[in-house]
Design a protein around this ligand. Structure first.
Ligand code: NAP
Ligand code: MG
Length: 400
């Protein structure tokens, strides 16, 4: 076909499971393949293929993202005991997202897609708030102990080089209680800061970073210090050139400013803060199906995906023949994000413009009151009728 939009280089295409796999095929068929001479390196991360390859396919997919610079990923099942029975698996492999994140040393940024018919819970928010979550250490790699009765709890560091140990008292416990030891690594914090500044420069968003260094002078203090160091030594000029500002705030101050703000910034969060805040922002902004997610590696490689899972219950209904009203918007934006990034790297403005066109057509369709059930429940005014996924994608294709 003569007039398909050409692509210079491929993107890593990472297929997944259940309802999102069904939508994946639909999006490609209706919104991409009729218009683009799509070039991808295809990796099937469906549960059975992960099993068949001893999870090797996950590692190869992550390496492809690194090599090609851009990937797009469908949602995948994280195997557990129930899935082992359901799919007759021999092994349980770790979460593919965890494996890919570890290989790319990346940070996940979650950003809501907004439409005017769904008002955010916080009325002052005019622009999306993006959360960047440092996904290493702190409470998520903690050593914890139940303390049965009175006694001293100490923290001991034994240097690998044999020099003198360091020891401090955590608490002289007067009775039974609990204790937790957490850690983080300078290199991981610096990678996190780099990913945040790279993302913010790409998206032209101000960066907020907030911890509680007035209370946690050494631990949170180190976070604050390393963030400032990475900014000053590696990003200050690039940020200035892109018009990106950097603010450090105390976390409680940031929380109170957040609800009075207009939005439109990146909030870089420590692991636990990011866990809580990303869910808070997601539900305040609307449906989980309207949340996109980008994994940013400090090397600059990016992986785009929807923040939601495989929408298991819809899949079982689809298998019984139902045309479900599953929302494909975050998956569509994962594709457009990846295509726009590819276009930016390859300097192919035609492809960049088409990615924007798909996004505009998707938003326009919803603004016209054509949407899936999850969004219809939140929309005001309520739409006249709810579309199933196939009708919704057809409406977008029609608008394209
Ligand atoms: P989920 O797939 O996100 O779905 C939870 C519920 O949220 C759904 O039952 C549905 O609610 C609603 N929902 C989510 N996405 C939707 C969409 N696009 N359109 C309409 N409604 C949507 O989470 P889960 O059921 O906890 O997890 C299912 C599987 O996904 C698990 O095996 C998990 O391991 C995997 N998972 C993968 C990823 C990933 O790969 N990034 C992330 C999370 C979970 P209603 O049923 O009320 O309509
Ligand atoms: Mg959470």
């Amino acid at each position: 076909m003569a007039n398909l939009i050409p692509m210079k280089n491929p993107i890593a295409e990472i297929d997944g499971d259940e309802m999102t796999k069904v939508l994946w095929k639909l999006i490609k068929e209706k919104l991409l393949l009729p218009y683009i001479d799509l070039k991808t390196e295809y990796y099937d991360l469906g549960l059975l293929n992960r099993e068949a390859t001893g999870d090797g396919v996950t590692v190869r997919a992550a390496e492809a993202i690194k090599r090609l610079g851009v990937g797009v990923k469908c949602a995948t099942i994280t195997s557990n005991a129930a899935r082992k029975t359901e799919y007759g698996l021999k092994n349980l492999f770790p979460s593919p997202n965890g494996t890919i994140r570890a290989i790319l040393d990346g940070t996940v940024f979650r950003r809501p897609i907004t439409v005017s018919c769904v008002k955010p819970t916080v009325s002052t928010w005019k622009k999306p708030i993006v959360i960047g979550r440092h996904a290493y250490g702190d409470q998520y790699k903690a050593a914890e102990m139940r303390i049965p009765g009175p006694g001293k709890v100490e923290m001991v560091y034994t240097p690998a080089d044999g020099s003198a140990e360091q020891r401090i008292t955590v608490a002289d416990m007067k009775g039974g209680g609990i204790v937790q030891g957490i850690h983080n690594l300078d290199e991981s914090i610096k990678s996190f800061a780099r990913s945040c500044f790279l993302y913010a420069i790409g998206e032209k968003l101000p960066v907020w970073f907030a911890v509680k260094d007035t209370i946690s002078k050494v631990y949170d203090g180190r976070f604050k210090e390393l963030f400032a160091q990475v900014y000053e030594s590696e990003f200050k000029e690039r940020c200035a050139a892109a018009g990106v500002t950097y603010f450090y705030k105390l976390i409680d101050d940031a929380a109170s400013r957040l609800v009075k703000s207009e939005g439109g910034f990146l909030w870089a969060c420590k692991n636990y803060d990011g866990d809580v805040m990303s869910d808070l922002i997601a539900s305040a902004a609307g449906s989980v199906a309207m949340m996109t997610s980008v994994l940013v590696s400090p090397s600059g490689a990016l992986e785009y995906e929807a923040a939601h899972g495989t929408v298991q219950q819809h899949y079982y209904r689809w298998q019984k023949g139902e045309k479900t009203s599953t929302n494909p918007v975050a998956l569509i934006f994962a594709w457009t994000g990846a295509l726009a990034k590819r276009a930016g790297l390859d300097d192919t403005p035609e492809l960049a413009a088409f990615a924007k066109k798909i996004e505009a057509a998707t938003l326009k369709t919803m603004e016209e009151g054509k949407m899936t059930g999850d969004l219809a429940r939140l929309a005001s005014p309520a739409p006249s009728h709810i579309l199933n996924s196939w009708e919704f994608v057809d409406a977008i294709a029609g608008s394209l």
